[in-house]
Design a protein around this ligand. Structure first.
Ligand code: ADP
Length: 297
């Protein structure tokens, strides 16, 4: 039986409404080959999908399946080798303010205050300087960091830096927000808070999000749909719909729908077909280096 046969009617209805909205990001037959000896590396092969206005799409897959290459190509930071990427019908041919980007590593300008970092985003969105400060302060209010307007990034925690990075990206009023493993450098408690926080921001600023993660729980918690990639070469394995209602609180992880989706993803990714060749190599026996008298257990 195909996955999703137990979709609650409210979720089916919400997904139908989502798919009736216009397509914001369209990816058609996308391929990416990195040059190198022996024909190079085919990082992406024939990737095609549409993302609708206000959709939250997560992309998962084992290491090396092309997740980062995909998001970097969508951002215009890498050229595609074949196929096309369209944002609201216009072909992407490089970075542009129609796509905002939040990376795993903190990318705030360290020499600018928090307010000026967000003002940079506002000005990217086309607002003149004199209005940018007011708008930046509104964004800081939305993310609950007005008090830190005059602080510098090094004075903030990792989670706060990512909140500012999200505000800066959204302040430029992109059509799509691209997020490349944005919470993976955070400890698990901060990550959980940031996931809840992102869902809350997304409720207030309904934007299309493409979110790359290797954390299956994170994907199920956040996404409307999940694109599963498989490696060697990186290609589409499945595009599945998450059978969970919104809003989603932390307790959703206990629900049958969450656990079923999580199990399905795990099975896809850890089936032989979904594994990168290097994941197949057995671990060697690692000798205890002089610690035999002091075992960890
Ligand atoms: P993931 O993010 O899923 O771990 P990547 O997109 O980083 O996967 O990598 C996909 C494939 O492309 C891998 O085989 C990787 O070695 C290769 N690759 C990624 N970036 C480059 C690059 N700049 N030059 C050559 N090969 C690359």
């Amino acid at each position: 039986m195909p996955f999703g046969h137990e979709m609650p009617p409210a979720v089916t209805a919400r997904l139908q409404r989502m798919k009736a909205r216009e397509v914001v990001l369209s990816v058609r037959g996308l391929c990416k080959v990195f040059d190198g000896p022996d024909g190079g590396t085919v990082a992406l092969q024939d990737i095609s999908f549409d993302t609708h206005r206000r959709e939250f799409l997560c992309v998962v897959g084992p290491s090396g399946c092309g997740k980062s290459t995909l998001v970097r190509t969508l951002a215009g930071l890498e050229d595609s080798s074949a196929g096309e990427i369209l944002v609201e019908g216009s072909r992407v041919s490089g970075p542009g303010s129609d796509r905002g980007m939040v990376f795993q590593n903190y990318t705030l300008f360290p020499w600018l205050t928090v307010k000026r970092n967000v003002m940079f985003g506002v000005e990217m969105g086309g607002q003149p300087r004199h209005a940018a400060e007011r708008t930046a302060l509104q964004w800081l209010g939305l993310i609950g960091l007005e008090r830190f307007a005059e602080s510098y990034p090094h004075q903030l925690s990792g989670g706060m830096k990512q909140r500012v990075a999200i505000a800066r990206a959204l302040a430029a009023q992109p059509r799509v927000l691209l997020m490349d493993k944005p919470f993976s450098a955070l400890d698990s408690q901060t990550r959980a808070r940031m996931q809840a926080y992102l869902l809350e921001v997304w409720r207030k600023v309904p934007i299309t999000i493409v979110f790359i993660t290797h954390d299956l729980d994170e994907a199920v918690l956040l996404a409307d749909r999940i694109l599963v990639l498989k490696p060697g070469p990186g290609r589409m394995q499945e595009l599945l719909e998450v059978p969970l209602t919104r809003p989603r609180g932390a307790d959703i992880v206990e629900s049958a729908g969450f656990r079923r989706t999580r199990r399905h993803l795990h099975a896809l990714i850890h089936s032989g077909a979904g594994m990168a060749p290097e994941d197949d190599v057995p671990l060697p026996n690692i000798p205890l280096l002089g610690m035999a008298d002091d075992p960890v257990e």
